[in-house]
Design a protein around this ligand. Structure first.
Ligand SMILES: [Zn+2]
Length: 272
């Protein structure tokens, strides 16, 4: 089982993390805007291939390896029970497991295979999958997923909203949250809570300032940890996206963040 922090080799963890970064950029976009699709759609073939590769062609339930043709992608929490058609809810699954699981609630199915819900993976969450974040934060996040999965019925499109709400509430009682509160009290809480993530991405003062501005609005905050991950050319990506992003509302928010970022740079330059 690849529980968070279970001491798998770094090489495997890094590869897993890169795969997930790629997947996140494409598939997980609803962390703050809550636009997750709830209708069952046909998963694009390349997404399926990416999920299979991410899971190393291993059934996430029986842990056996199969050829790609014998594997399916399962919704951990069935959509019939409100599970999201979303990357954090995708798992590679062999045919026999898929048939036995069908639309059974996750916690019931877990019992039939002698596995605990907390041992089932969560992939695609920008915090859980970010190996550069402190383990306390990642475990906190995982525990929220686990509690939600233990419930008889997951709560569908409300899940992301609830997840972030519980995360925000519990984050401030961790030593990391307490330290951030006294370190940067002037930032609003919803921005400050993203500072650990921002610090794993930013490689310069400029990138840091731009990411902080992006964290201020839900539609641009969504890009942090999904499109903008460690190693990304943050400034150039944002500069290009503010002109070309497909959604007008996001373009507008990006332009506003960019303007605030420019002002902040000017302010720092005159102060220096
Ligand atoms: Zn299986």
């Amino acid at each position: 089982m690849d529980r968070v922090g279970d001491g798998r080799s770094h090489r495997v963890a890094d590869r897993r993390s890169q795969e997930t970064d790629r997947l996140c950029g494409r598939a997980m976009r609803d962390r703050f805007t809550r636009k997750s699709k709830t209708v069952r759609g046909r998963m694009r073939q390349n997404v399926k291939q990416d999920v299979l590769r991410r899971d190393d062609y291993t059934c996430q339930y029986c842990r056996k390896k199969f050829a790609a043709a014998d594997l399916t992608i399962d919704h951990l929490i069935p959509m019939a029970h409100g599970g999201l058609d979303e990357i954090t809810n995708y798992a590679t699954c062999c045919e026999p497991c898929n048939q036995r699981k069908a639309d059974m609630p996750l916690q019931d199915f877990a019992k039939t295979i002698g596995v605990e819900v907390k041992d089932l993976p969560v992939h695609g969450d920008p915090i859980i999958d970010n190996n550069d974040l402190p383990i306390q934060i990642r475990l906190l996040r995982k525990s929220i997923f686990d509690k939600e999965r233990e419930r008889k019925f997951a709560t569908g499109s409300g899940f992301q909203k609830k997840l972030e709400k519980i995360y925000r509430r519990t984050f401030w009682s961790t030593p990391i949250g307490v330290a951030l509160e006294s370190e940067i009290p002037s930032l609003p809480g919803h921005v400050r809570i993203m500072i650990p993530e921002i610090r794993t991405i930013a490689t310069s003062k400029e990138e840091y300032l731009l990411l902080v501005e992006l964290a201020k609005s839900a539609s641009t905050r969504n890009l942090i940890g999904t499109t903008l991950t460690a190693g990304a050319d943050v400034i150039n990506i944002v500069a290009s996206m503010k002109e070309r992003h497909g959604e007008e509302a996001v373009r507008k928010r990006l332009q506003q963040a960019w303007t605030r970022y420019q002002k902040e740079l000017e302010r720092l330059a005159t102060r220096a």
